[in-house]
Ligand binder design. Sequence first.
Ligand code: MD6
Ligand code: FE
Length: 225
Amino acid sequence: MRCKGSEPATFDLFADDAPQAPRTEQIGPRSFVLRSFALPRVEQLLPALQQVLNQSPFRHMITPGGFTMSAALSSCGRLGWVTDRSGYRYTDTDPQTGQPWPAMPDALMQLAQAAAIEAGFPGFIPDACLINRYVPGAKMSLHQDKNEQRYEWPVVSVSLGIPAMFLFGGDQRTDPCQRVPLFHGDVVVWGGEDRLRYHGIVALKQAEHPLLGEQRINFTFRRAE
Ligand code: MD6
Ligand code: FE
């Protein structure tokens, strides 16, 4: 992966001065990190997550190139994102269960809509929520989110659990990346001219979160159709 090795030596992901108060950081013309935005809703989000996973558990999917993804995936909403040897796409059934993907719980839908409004994208109604689970060492290579039919809606991405370093690049894979640490409760929203920017997650460092243990959960909401 590009963009490695520039983490400021003075920044400590494990320091207890990690951001806590809600505030907005702009990382692109139409891209924002809403710090701690999800914190007041965590008590509703965790049971909603469990309810989804009871129906469609986490699994490690295979990329079209034949690699097993280090992040485990599930989905909820009318459409779920999948990858296998035949490519990346959205499906209306979970290939592992043969059943429709679990409905998107209200707590997740309401959080996604509120975050989109906060970032200047009113009217966002996601039909897909991809759920990623990372343990220390898991990562997400640089990619664009481009399996959706239209790009006029933003992507809303919620982080829970242990910290991660988010890489936020440009429209070309080789463009330089910003390194954005993401903490429990942070929400990233991007759209408009930023919608197709490359991004990824650096391999997670060992850490333990008081509620979630040694894992990071990411919800990524999109309008796929
Ligand atoms: C993650 N997120 O945060 C992976 N994509 O674990 C993504 O790939 C992503 O955070 C589009 C928009 C926001 C994201
Ligand atoms: Fe993505």
